[in-house]
Every structure is written in structure tokens, then in C-alpha cells.
Design a protein around this ligand. Structure first.
Ligand code: NCD
Length: 310
């Protein structure tokens, strides 16, 4: 396989073998992400980070990954800080950026923006979240977290809890879980169901998928409880948001009766969906998940920029 020079816009852009290869490389890169081993495989490479939406983990873990491997980054971290403010189109902005660095990581509020960017760019484009669309690199680190906890990516019961309508992380993850053969249990507040096209893709892959509304039943059967935030910024109408805000919360009482090996995941930021008391239980996997962003993005960047890993 070669990911060299490739765009990563949705998780469908990677075959199962390519995902496996990236995750295997990420496992080997953990000591590099921790700083106990070092490599300069990306020496001389420049990554352009174009973030037109808020981000902490995604942007900083890409930057950390790049710098840990000897590469450098140039960054637009705010919509108002680039010439898009002066009216420059996304098309022209991306065309420009692709003249500078070796690859572009784009986060944008519009669904489809990353695909458009990939069509325009002379360099590989990695989608770091396009509106309520997709977030494929988050899926890679989600899979890395599951694999580390269970030693497998298949045959698990995974509950997706929260805003499944606007949450781009679950759109990408649901497909990957289906590819690997897992049981997917969907739990969302009214009106925030998984979009039909995502559901259809998952069904077509032959995955066992069902909706559930009993939290205790879902938790009892789960191997993974993947919690997401309600994506407030995607609601057209405040009143609609107010109806669902705070409608679910995972705390230690929720987890009573869970399997000992259950892991609770969250792409973060959390805004009340997981009580802080859960952090000190063996179920909490979300900070490990956030750490694994670094070796996973190191692996992906090495493969896309050089075709190799250290
Ligand atoms: C997520 C995102 O931006 O989609 N965050 C992340 O990348 N870790 C989830 C969210 O914002 O709720």
C-alpha cells in the first residue's frame, strides 16, 4: 500500500488494510509520541494547518506529531486571521496554501469543504472536520483506543451516545465499526438521529445496528460507550438546542452494572455529558484517547508525506 501523496477526506478513502497498517505504525510510534525515542523523518517538511473552526486537540496533536518527527507547521488558527476575511474564496485560499507547504490539514464549518479543497489543492489534503460531515483522523485514533483496550477491532458492542445527527466523529466512526464487524447501538435525543445516508452505508456493510433508549440496558451490554457532545454550533435555532441540552449524562450511577472491561470514550470537549467522577474509574478512556491522537497522526503524516514510518 502507499498512502504517499493521498488525500484523507472520509474514512472511506482508506481501505481496511491501510487502516490496519496506520494503526500498527501508530503503536510503534508511541515511544516517539512520549518523547523517549526520536526521529527526524519529517525533517524539511512543512504542514499547513488551516483551521476555520475552533480546535484544541486536533490542531495541537497534528502540530505535536509533526514537530516530534522533525517537521514544521504553518498555521491559520482563526477564520478572521486569513484573507478569507477580506472575501477570498475557499478555492483561492486552498490553491494558495498548496503552493507553500507539503500537505494541508483543513477544518472548516461547511460539510464538503475538505472534498472541494482536495480537488483544488496541488498537495494532499487531510480533513480535520468539515461541518457536520466527517472526521476521519479522529476515527483512526478512536480505533487505536479500542484496539489498545481490547486487542481487537471486531466483535464488540459499541454504543454511540449523543448528537448523532451533527456529530462528525460518529459519522466516520460508525462506518469504520461496521467495516470491522461490530454491533452498533445508537442512542440519541429526539431529532438527533444518525443521518439516513450514514445509516444506509452502515447497513449495507452488513453491520448489526439498532436504536436503544434504555441507558441501563445499553450500558450493561456495552464494551465501548462512545459519548459525544451536542453540537450546539450546528443548530439553526437556539430553542431547538434548548430542548435537547443536558438530556443525557454519564456518571458513576449510570455505569453500575457495566462490564468491568467497558471503556467510556469521548472525542472531547465534554460539556457535561460525562461527570468528572468517571475520570477516576477504570472505565475512563477519553484522556488516553486524546493522547493517542499524537502517535496516530505521526503515523498518518509520515505515510502521507514520505510513504514510510520511522
Ligand atoms: C470533535 C470535533 O471537532 O468534531 N472534537 C475533536 O476533534 N476532538 C468533537 C466535538 O467538537 O464535539
Amino acid at each position: 500500500m502507499s498512502l504517499k501523496g493521498r488525500d484523507v477526506i472520509t474514512i472511506r478513502d482508506l481501505s481496511r488494510d491501510e487502516i490496519d497498517e496506520t494503526l500498527a505504525a501508530a503503536r510503534r510510534l508511541i515511544p516517539y509520541a512520549e518523547g523517549s525515542k526520536s526521529s527526524r523523518i519529517l525533517d524539511g517538511k512543512i504542514l499547513t494547518l488551516a483551521f476555520f473552526e475552533a480546535s484544541t486537540r486536533t490542531r495541537l496533536s497534528f502540530e505535536t506529531a509533526m514537530q516530534r518527527l522533525g517537521g514544521r507547521c504553518v498555521t491559520i488558527a482563526e477564520a478572521g486571521a486569513s484573507s478569507m476575511r477580506k472575501g477570498e474564496s475557499l478555492h483561492d485560499t486552498i490553491k494558495m496554501l498548496s503552493q507553500y507547504g507539503d500537505a494541508i490539514v483543513l477544518r472548516h464549518p461547511n460539510e464538503g469543504a475538505a472534498r472541494l479543497a482536495a480537488m483544488v489543492s496541488d498537495r494532499p489534503v487531510i480533513n480535520a472536520g468539515d461541518g457536520a460531515g466527517q472526521h476521519p483522523t479522529q476515527t483512526l485514533l478512536d480505533l487505536a483506543t479500542i484496539q489498545e483496550a481490547f486487542g481487537t477491532l471486531s466483535g464488540l458492542n459499541v454504543v454511540l451516545l449523543g448528537d448523532l445527527r451533527y456529530g462528525r466523529t460518529v459519522h466516520s466512526l460508525a462506518r469504520a465499526l461496521a467495516v470491522y464487524g461490530n454491533e452498533i447501538v445508537l442512542m440519541s435525543p429526539p431529532g438527533l438521529h444518525l443521518p439516513d445516508e450514514v445509516r444506509e452505508q452502515v447497513d449495507q456493510l452488513g453491520a448489526k445496528v439498532r436504536e436503544e433508549d434504555q441507558m441501563h440496558k445499553a450500558v450493561r451490554e456495552a464494551d465501548v460507550l462512545y459519548v459525544t457532545r451536542i453540537q450546539k454550533e450546528r443548530f439553526a435555532d437556539e430553542a431547538e438546542y434548548a430542548q435537547v441540552a443536558g438530556s443525557y449524562r454519564v456518571d458513576n450511577a449510570t455505569l453500575m452494572g457495566a462490564k468491568p472491561r467497558l471503556i467510556v470514550m469521548h472525542p472531547l470537549p465534554r460539556t457535561g455529558e460525562i461527570a468528572p467522577e468517571v475520570d477516576s474509574t477504570p472505565h475512563a478512556a477519553y484522556f488516553r484517547q486524546a493522547f493517542l491522537a499524537v502517535p496516530v497522526r505521526m503515523a498518518l503524516l509520515s505515510l502521507v508525506l514520505t510513504g514510510k514510518v520511522p
